[in-house]
Design a protein around this ligand. Structure first.
Ligand code: 5AD
Ligand code: SF4
Length: 453
């Protein structure tokens, strides 16, 4: 039976989460996942369209994969997700693609495969339907960390962003579905749960809001750590921060995309906050939770950005000292308002600005990591490779331990050295002094790079 499928996922946490949705749908239809493309009868690429470079990578990979069809003519190749939604009818007859399936149409995958096998014609299914995948329990790998998507889509229409066009309108998943998924993760041994959504702060179900939801989740037994990503700065209030800080499982970590430090650019981007408002929120968060780790997304080269605008971004980043920043060059995307904005910024100028920001942020991230030296941190062990164990602090800093310890357990560690950005820890055994409040730091996030998109 030709029932083996292989999946490769590109892009953000939402796509990683949705890989589990695709697996659940395929497994229910009696397909079996394999982890090697050469064994597969069907290959899915779950794709990203947020920047042109992300699309190029997928198209490059597709070029390689389609050669597998020479030795296996019945191989089916499916492009899923945001790039599928963006390109839809642009795939042509000999590009090797058999299925083009947008992010709202994964339930139809088994049917589309059958239709393709019957008709041997390309199946394109990309309608945006406000799908929430309620009733499906994603098939997740048994790991210590797990994701739950609590909402899909976006209504914000930032001027550079393709997401509202390829993922459709914002919609919240029901509380019941979220809780069922969390229980399922806990039963599978997950200890560290991240809620994901394009803007989690906007979650609501008609009677409850995001804070109500967090309070309910925080009380669930059986897991240790609760995170969420992404929060739009315009929606973050003092009340949010006060409630976050009161939750037992909340990890003091916030990903708050700044995008630019220039008010003129922020307005053109339709971000709906100013640099001053952003700074005030950060200041309040740090006052309330001095240990909080802050990460951000910043873009250079947005149309009309001048050296002065860029310098304001540079200055804000210098001032805030993010624990980590995802830095991008503006990339022109179809449908978006920024397409019509002129003048565009020269590519060489953008590259130079990007390099200056990377240099600044690398220095800051390194300094923040060095602060761990000799400190004591609580580490949740996520994996080991037979020699070393890898864990994470509550605020997302990866720590390496040079011995094998139990995966899924919490350990107090003393940081003996910092190698580049990575603290090397040693487990504190019971005879050693337990951490006191003032020698515990938790204020640095992991440099776990988002896939370069
Ligand atoms: N060009 C460059 N970066 C982009 N992002 C979103 N759209 C674009 C674009 N057109 C970045 C933003 C966002 C992150 C996920 O990707 O910084 O926060
Ligand atoms: Fe894109 Fe803005 Fe929505 Fe984020 S909030 S997904 S950047 S439109």
């Amino acid at each position: 039976m030709n029932n083996k499928y292989y999946i490769q996922t590109y892009g953000c946490q939402m796509n990683l989460y949705e890989e589990g949705i695709v697996c659940a749908i395929m497994n229910r239809a009696n397909y079996t996942r394999v982890d090697n493309e050469y064994e597969a009868d069907i290959i899915f690429l779950i794709t990203c369209a947020v920047r042109a470079h992300a699309e190029q990578r997928v198209l490059g990979r597709l070029n390689v994969l389609k050669h597998l069809k020479h030795s296996k003519p019945d191989l089916i190749i499916g492009i899923l997700g945001c790039l599928a939604q963006n390109y839809q009818n642009l795939f042509n007859s000999n590009d090797g693609v058999d299925l083009v399936v947008g992010p709202d149409q994964y339930r139809k995958l088994p049917e589309l495969i059958a239709d393709f096998q019957r008709t041997k014609t390309k199946q394109i299914c990309c309608e945006l339907t406000l799908e929430n995948y309620e009733g499906i329990l994603p098939k997740t790998p048994s790991k210590v960390t797990g994701f739950v998507s609590i909402m899909r889509g976006c209504n914000n229409y930032c001027a550079y962003c393709i997401v509202p066009y390829v993922r459709g309108r914002e919609r919240s998943k029901s509380k019941q579905q979220i809780l069922t998924e969390i229980e399922n993760l806990i039963e599978n041994g997950v200890k560290d749960i991240t809620l994901v959504g394009q803007n989690v702060l906007a979650w609501h179900d008609g009677s409850l809001n995001f804070l109500d939801l967090l309070k309910i989740i925080d009380k669930i037994d059986g897991f240790e750590r609760l995170r969420f990503i992404t929060s739009h700065p315009k929606d973050l209030t003092q009340e949010h921060l006060i409630v976050f800080s009161s939750l037992k499982k909340f990890c003091p970590q916030l990903h708050l995309p700044l995008q630019s430090g220039s008010n003129r650019i922020l307005q053109l981007m339709n971000r709906k906050y100013t640099k001053e408002e952003y700074l005030a929120k950060i200041e309040f968060a740090r006052k309330l939770m001095p240990e909080i780790s802050l990460t951000t997304d910043v873009m250079v080269g947005f149309p009309t950005e001048t050296e002065q605008d860029f310098y304001e971004t540079y200055e804000v980043m210098q001032k805030i000292q993010f624990d980590y920043a995802y830095l991008f060059k503006y990339s022109e995307r179809p449908y978006t308002k920024a397409l019509a904005l002129y003048p565009k910024v020269d590519k060489v100028v953008s590259q130079n600005r990007l390099e200056r920001l990377i240099e600044l942020q690398n220095k800051i991230t390194k300094q923040k990591s060095q602060q761990y030296h000799n400190k004591v941190v609580e580490v949740l062990i996520e994996s080991h490779n037979g020699k070393q164990s890898l864990g994470r602090t509550k605020n997302n800093k990866v720590v390496i331990i040079n011995e094998i310890v139990d995966v899924g357990k919490l350990y107090q560690c003393r940081i003996k050295a910092v190698s580049g950005w990575t603290p090397i820890g040693e487990i504190i055994r019971t005879d050693e002094q337990i951490a006191t409040k003032d020698n515990i730091v938790n204020n640095c996030s992991s440099p776990n790079k988002k896939e370069e998109m």
